[in-house]
Design a protein around this ligand. Structure first.
Ligand code: ATP
Length: 595
């Protein structure tokens, strides 16, 4: 309960922070709208009474008071309509500001969060619930709170009017709505629990939908004829979530209909009572009109009040999801004693590190130690699954080792601000990114803070041999590449890899990490790049992961990984002499060409 109040407070703070002026206007208009209907009813009562008087006088003249009353009714009616329209606009504007604010929070959180979170399916559930709810839920809290107060105020005023008629009528107004209150609260909880349980299934449905409609899967889906198969899986997941929801809503609708019947009986009782009193001469026609309108209006306010209360209850259930996500803790941060690093001047030491992925029961990296001196080219080789990519991720501090440490210039990575440390690194990942942006922009993303970059972009593109191709594109370096947008040009996989390599080279970082950088390059380009490798990496310290031993042999030292541990370490010649694992892998690969 305490948490709910805290989250309510936090949500209101978010709403206010995102648009203080619009929030104030929204509240003001809402309060104004709660008073206008009563004023309107009171004017109508007077109008009916004046008309009755005129009719009973049998006078052909329209009294000036009637004209005044008609004008007043029209003005109030207009103000009511105008504030309603204005309120819609203000609410839209305020929602838009809040949405931007909330998306900002969600996005900045998801890019800061530890990579390890992506190992947990619970993280994706939390992210999907948070991004579904965050843009609008805090506003819903504000609107529901305002609406509760507005409806309460109006309801009290209307009930006051009805008490004048008979206290029992006012009581009836409240009593007949009790089943509705119970119903809304009960089903808000049921629907929330249902939706929470369904998040993994809903994500599964979204995944199958992507397989059927996305660009990447499109080729395999056609080739293997998987369309019908995934359509069936999608339908199954989708229906599983929707059918249960419909069942809950159906049950709720039936009970709602019963509660509507109870309310209709209350209207009947009130009308019969009012008619009797009017015919008996105890009420004027004006009074009768006023009471009928007050009763109807009162019913509407109770309905509003109920749906706002139920809405608030629902908000209290869902709001936790947003804060659960926003409060996820980041563990990759600078731990005290915090150290600073601006440049790389001496060496990197990997001291006895071990690492296990969550959910795995064996070490992926086990007791690994080696060092990298400034300016060295280190190659990491080993069979598939040996742990090479994981080692790179640990060196980038995307994960922290479970035990042991990595230090740079004698400073433990854990004591460094990860953003500051990563400024020293440039990486081509095995699963590098394809950005559907301009060709030049794709390279510039390696160092987005460099403003006057065109010359360096071109020279990075020349090094990887992609410059001529970009130059020949319709808009040169401004051509949008990929296939997502209009007027864009798709590239081959190898050309994308050249772009990724150019991006890494464009970043003027002292440490260069290349994880399979040439897997898709043609033999000429690969030869061209690797025969000039030293010149390309010019004074940078480089770590190269490759399965191609001709490239690996260029390195100063080679680390051979097997099952997450170091099997051997040394220069190409030393390792060949050792006749160990490296020798075996090397001779196997090169013997094919000698045959
Ligand atoms: P390859 O040559 O195929 O690229 P690698 O040497 O780079 O392989 P890694 O990608 O580091 O190997 O994987 C090492 C081991 O860790 C593998 O057994 C793999 O199944 C496991 N692994 C890799 N990524 C994850 C992950 N995100 N979650 C759980 N286990 C993982």
């Amino acid at each position: 309960m305490n948490n709910k109040f805290k989250y309510f407070r936090e949500s209101l703070k978010l709403v206010w922070q995102s648009a203080p002026g619009w929030t104030f206007a929204n509240i003001l208009l809402s309060v104004l709208r709660s008073i206008l209907p009563l004023l309107l009813i009171w004017l109508l009562k007077n109008l009916v009474d004046e008309l009755t008087k005129t009719v009973s006088l049998n006078s052909p003249e329209v009294l000036p008071s009637i004209l005044w009353l008609i004008t007043a009714v029209v003005i109030i009616w207009f103000v009511d309509e105008a504030t309603s329209d204005l309120g819609n606009y203000v609410r839209k504007k305020q929602s838009m500001k809040l949405e931007i604010h909330m998306y900002g929070l969600i996005h900045s959180k998801s890019v800061r969060l530890d990579l390890l979170n992506f190992e947990y399916s619970g993280y994706f559930d939390s992210l999907s619930r948070a991004s579904r709810e965050a843009p609008w839920r805090p506003n819903s809290i504000l609107n529901n709170i305002v609406s509760v107060f507005r409806s309460l105020l109006s309801l009290m005023l209307m009930a006051g009017v009805l008490v004048v008629l008979h206290w029992a009528v006012a009581l009836l107004l409240f009593v007949v709505n009790i089943p509705g209150i119970w119903l809304r609260l009960k089903y808000a909880g049921t629907l929330y629990n249902f939706q929470r349980e369904q998040t993994p299934e809903a994500r599964k449905a979204a995944y199958f939908n992507w397989l059927l409609t996305g660009d990447r899967p499109s080729r395999e889906i056609r080739l293997f004829g998987l369309g019908d198969y995934f359509t069936v899986l999608f339908k199954k997941s989708f229906l599983k979530t929707k059918e249960e929801e419909i069942r809950i809503i159906r049950k709720r609708t039936v009970i709602e209909l019963v509660s509507d019947l109870v309310k209709a009986s209350a209207v009947m009782i009130t009308l019969v009572f009012l008619t009797r009193e009017t015919i008996g001469g105890k009420l004027t026609l004006g009074h009768m009109t006023m009471f009928v309108l007050a009763f109807r209006q009162g019913m509407m306010y109770i309905k509003d009040l109920l749906s706002s209360l139920a809405g608030l209850y629902e908000d209290s259930l869902f709001i936790g999801d947003i804060f659960e996500f926003l409060n996820l803790e980041e563990k990759i941060k600078a731990f005290p004693p915090v150290a600073e690093i601006r440049e790389f001047s001496s060496d990197i030491r990997v001291n006895n590190i071990s690492f296990t992925y969550p959910g795995n029961n064996t070490h992926t990296i086990k007791d690994v130690s080696f060092n990298i001196r400034k300016g060295e080219v280190i190659a990491v080789v080993g069979p598939n699954g040996a742990g090479k990519t994981t080692l790179v991720r640990l060196l980038c501090r995307l994960y922290d080792p479970d035990s042991g440490s990595i230090s740079i210039d004698g400073k433990n990575l854990k004591n460094l601000d990860p953003d500051q440390y990563r400024k020293l690194l440039s990486v081509v990942f095995q699963d590098f990114m394809l950005y559907n942006l301009g060709a030049g922009e794709n390279i510039r993303l390696g160092n987005i803070s460099e403003s006057n970059a065109s010359e360096n972009i071109i020279s990075a593109a020349r090094i990887t041999g992609i410059h001529d191709l970009i130059n020949d594109l319709p808009d040169g370096y401004s051509t949008i590449i990929g296939n997502l947008f209009n007027d864009s040009r798709e590239l081959s996989w190898g050309e994308w890899q050249k772009l990724a390599l150019s991006r890494a080279l464009f970043r003027d970082a002292p440490l260069l990490i290349l994880d399979e950088p040439s897997s898709a390059l043609d033999a000429d380009t690969e030869y061209e790049i690797f025969s000039r490798f030293r010149e390309i990496v010019r004074g940078r310290t480089s770590i190269l992961i490759s399965h191609r031993f001709t490239n690996v042999s260029l390195a100063d030292r080679i680390v051979v990984l097997a099952n997450g541990s170091i099997a051997e370490i040394g220069t190409h010649d030393e390792l060949l002499e050792n006749k160990g694992m490296y020798h075996a892998m090397y001779t196997k690969q090169t013997s094919r060409f000698r045959k």
